[in-house]
Design a protein around this ligand. Sequence first.
Ligand code: FES
Length: 109
Amino acid sequence: MKVRPYDAHVLLCGGGDCKKRGSKEVRKVLKAELRAAGLNRDVRVDSVDCLGFCKHGPNAVVYGPNGHGGTWYLGLDEGKVPEVVSAHLKEGRPAGHLAAEYRPRKGAS
Ligand code: FES
């Protein structure tokens, strides 16, 4: 079995709490924006079960493009998706003001 490479991968939460908060609509807009930007073959979108930040949903983690590690977007809505697509997935720079901040790991110096 072979899989083809993708430039980026979006893991969109399809868990119960995110669904209640509109993750299906976010997915629809995301797919439409990717098609409009000509990225639908380069960016893979998968729905995953709970990502563990339920009360902040709808949530997603984006990997890539250009080797970017996981960028978390919490509280996505249809209005924020176009910027995630244009800035992060098209231009390759995470939409910083929409992305969740990282706190240092416990015990890290
Ligand atoms: S249901 Fe989406 S993070 Fe838990």
